[in-house]
Design a protein around this ligand. Structure first.
Ligand code: DGY
Length: 418
């Protein structure tokens, strides 16, 4: 156990660039939004000041409208595509123009909760709460313009689950005409069989070009996007962060933010019911353009348990994971292994990700589903023992996939073992 923690800390230190960490050298050479927030949990177990700095740096690049961008290009690096010149967001320090799962609210509350240096924690939390709150409000304003209580993703990269089966149908509406010729760089760092396809990359870039042509004006992007998908996992992260931020703000006497955050969380939880699918016993995505549920049994609808959903829903998700366990060796696969679209090695179309396992287990724990929590945690540690600190793993064979020496994988191991 101590050896594993030491190894994990070493990876985090090696990927530390001073005020932010890169997810892994080579493949991802900048600061990624949700990577940073989850990595801060790992740092907080052995260096609280460094944990706060990680999130502080992320929030320092928040846009004026409240959005916190998905990548911050602190320093040029031509080993990554699409770099700042493709995004063209005109920020002082270049960033992308889309966002990522807002896990920072959850992370800040958790780090504050268990902080040893209370004075530092109070000071940092007080400064961060209004910024995170503004980001949450931005979501409901810019990504839920009709006030449904659920926010839409406008780009698969926002979900963090880039090439999930969930996006396949909606993605057919995204054209490829007019996409600039480009050379991918990700496939020089990682096995192409573990990554999204060229066809998907063209559509990713089409959306970037479209949004850029609208000057990244978030009052226009939502309605102009041919891709508007409501992801239960993403919404659950937002709801959970709103709820945790509400509790934290209340503890610090920031009453108005506490009230507004709680209201957003409550509305979100009520609206999540429209995503429930009784046949599968999990939540599903909703395509906002067709108004229909997306019949894709992915981990997005299981990650929903990270939000404070009703007890019977959480118990049903526990049963759903038990069913998935019958067709794989390691929990939790990012797609149902019995579905025809399942690909055990390809990024978000099958592999297991430790960060998602951590969030699912955290939600199941709150619901008292301890047997499944223990099973998932044990699988995480088996994967590390057998495959090292990889980006993700084949749920059938345990094969390590994607990038190696991965920061948030290391952070999750520290979090699980501490
Ligand atoms: C990538 O480049 O693969 C990232 O996931 C985009 O955020």
């Amino acid at each position: 156990k101590h050896e594993m923690i030491d190894h994990a800390r070493q990876i985090m230190r090696d990927n530390d660039r001073g005020t932010y960490t890169v997810p892994t050298q080579g493949l991802y050479p900048f600061q990624w939004n949700w990577d940073s927030a989850l990595s801060a949990l790992g740092f907080s177990q052995f260096d609280e000041a460094r944990a706060w700095t990680e999130i502080d740096t992320l929030l320092a690049h928040q846009w004026d409208d409240g959005m916190v961008p998905h990548i911050i290009f602190h320093k040029p690096d031509d080993g990554y595509f699409p770099g700042p010149e493709i995004w063209g967001t005109n920020r002082p320090v270049p960033t992308t123009g889309i966002t990522q799962p807002p896990v920072a609210g959850f992370a800040v509350a958790r780090i504050h909760d268990r902080a040893r240096d209370k004075a530092l924690a109070d000071r940092q939390a007080r400064a961060m709460i209004p910024k995170i709150h503004a980001w949450h409000q931005w979501f409901y304003r810019a990504r839920d313009p009709k006030g449904s209580g659920l926010v839409a993703l406008l780009h698969p990269w926002e979900s963090g689950r880039d090439n999930s089966v969930d996006w396949d149908d909606a993605f057919t509406r995204v054209p490829t005409e007019g996409v600039i010729p480009f050379t991918r760089r990700d496939t020089t760092h990682a096995n192409p069989a573990h990554r999204p396809t060229d066809e998907q990359y063209k559509r990713y870039i089409w959306l970037v070009q479209k949004f850029r042509s609208l000057n990244w004006d978030n009052s226009k992007l939502h309605d102009a996007s041919p891709f508007q998908v409501i992801d239960p996992g993403f919404n659950a992260i937002l709801i959970r962060s709103c709820r945790d931020l509400a509790d934290l703000a209340a503890r610090l006497g920031m009453d108005q933010i506490a009230q507004e955050s709680r209201d957003m969380a409550d509305r979100g939880i009520a609206a999540m019911e429209t995503l429930w699918n009784e046949d599968l016993g999990q939540y599903l995505c909703l395509d906002r353009i067709t108004g229909k549920q997306i019949q894709s049994a992915s981990i997005g609808g299981i990650l929903a348990v990270f939000a404070p959903i009703p007890q019977d829903r959480a118990a049903a998700i526990g049963r759903r994971i038990a069913t998935l366990a019958e067709s794989c060796e390691y929990l939790v696969p990012s797609h149902d292994p019995t579905a025809p679209e399942f690909e055990g090695l390809r990024y978000w179309r099958g592999p297991v990700w430790l960060i998602v396992n951590f969030m699912i287990a955290n939600g199941l724990e709150a619901a008292g589903e301890m047997q499944m929590v223990n099973r998932i945690m044990a699988d995480c540690l088996r994967l590390i023992e057998e495959g090292g600190f990889a980006e993700y793993y084949d749920p059938i064979t345990g094969e390590a996939c994607g990038g190696g020496r991965f920061t948030w994988t290391a952070a999750m191991v520290i979090e699980i073992l501490s």
